[in-house]
Design a binder for this molecule. Structure first.
Ligand SMILES: Nc1ncnc2c1ncn2[C@@H]1O[C@H](COP(=O)(O)OP(=O)(O)OP(=O)(O)O)[C@@H](O)[C@H]1O
Length: 247
């Protein structure tokens, strides 16, 4: 399977000395790759580096084979992302928000906006100002904007944040449907281990700015599940840290 995301020796150090170091992984077409790890372990930083929201100190990022440094536009044109914020314009209706997002894609069929509103369950609220939406509804609207252009790679930071149970299940079904039917590739981060176990095909464990393990979900399920593996990995990394190992 074609590698859609290739990350090698990625380093980013913020002014306070924290960030990510020597991160490397690959995501293949149709994979649903989940990054998990404690608060501050570097998940969002990796996703920000991959979407050009911040610049790496060193390392190589390739999306669809195009280097982010050398060919940013070809690397990003088939990517949809929602990292750090699910921004919506509060004084515009849900529909108008999507209309605004659609201006970046001149070839988009107008009906696509209605389809996306239906997909994320916002059709009944399409005329209401997005400022009146709940957190979960704003998340759904932002997700609809990400999916408008039918991206081949979707990068989402904590996508289930603020979603209710039904919304979480719908999001999972939507992601799985897109991965299976269209071969859409997903790179996600989340703290919801149960959800990640149900959804993802591969998991990357982050700790202290490093990617400490990568595993197929079947391997983790066979060995007692994601939560158990997660706790064991984090404990091991902390112990190694305490003994002076670089983690
Ligand atoms: N703009 C910034 N300036 C300085 N330090 C930062 C900045 N952004 C992140 N950091 C630090 O880099 C480290 C990684 O943060 P990051 O947000 O990537 O972690 P995370 O795994 O996404 O955390 P969470 O699960 O809490 O969202 C943390 O120690 C954080 O304090």
């Amino acid at each position: 399977m074609e590698a859609i995301v290739q990350v090698r020796d990625l380093n980013k150090r913020y002014w306070n000395g924290r960030g990510v170091r020597e991160v490397g992984f690959e995501v293949r077409r149709g994979d649903i790759f989940g990054l998990v790890g404690p608060n501050g372990s570097g998940k969002t930083t990796v996703l920000k580096l991959l979407t050009g929201l911040c610049r790496a100190d060193s390392g190589d990022i390739r999306l669809f084979g195009n280097s982010l440094n050398e060919s940013f536009v070809p690397a990003m044109e088939r990517v949809g992302s929602m990292v750090e914020s699910a921004d919506v314009y509060p004084y515009m209706s849900g529909y108008a928000n999507l209309l605004l997002a659609a201006r970046f894609y001149p070839d988009l069929r107008p009906a696509r906006i209605d389809e996306m509103l239906e997909l994320v369950g916002l059709t009944p609220y399409r005329k209401e100002k997005a400022g009146t939406y709940s957190l979960g509804m704003k998340m759904r609207l932002a997700l609809a904007a990400v999916l408008l252009s039918d991206p081949e790679l979707v990068i989402l930071d904590e996508p289930a944040n603020g979603l209710d149970v039904e919304g979480t299940v719908e999001l999972r079904q939507l992601i799985q449907h897109m991965a299976e039917s269209r071969g859409t590739t997903f790179l996600l981060s989340s703290h919801m281990l149960d959800e990640m176990e149900r959804l993802c095909s591969r998991i990357g464990f982050m700790h202290g700015g490093a990617l400490i393990r990568e595993a197929a979900i079947e391997e983790l399920r066979g060995a007692g599940g994601l939560e158990q593996a997660y706790l064991a990995e984090i404990r091991r990394a902390r112990e190694e840290n305490a003994h002076g190992a670089v983690v």
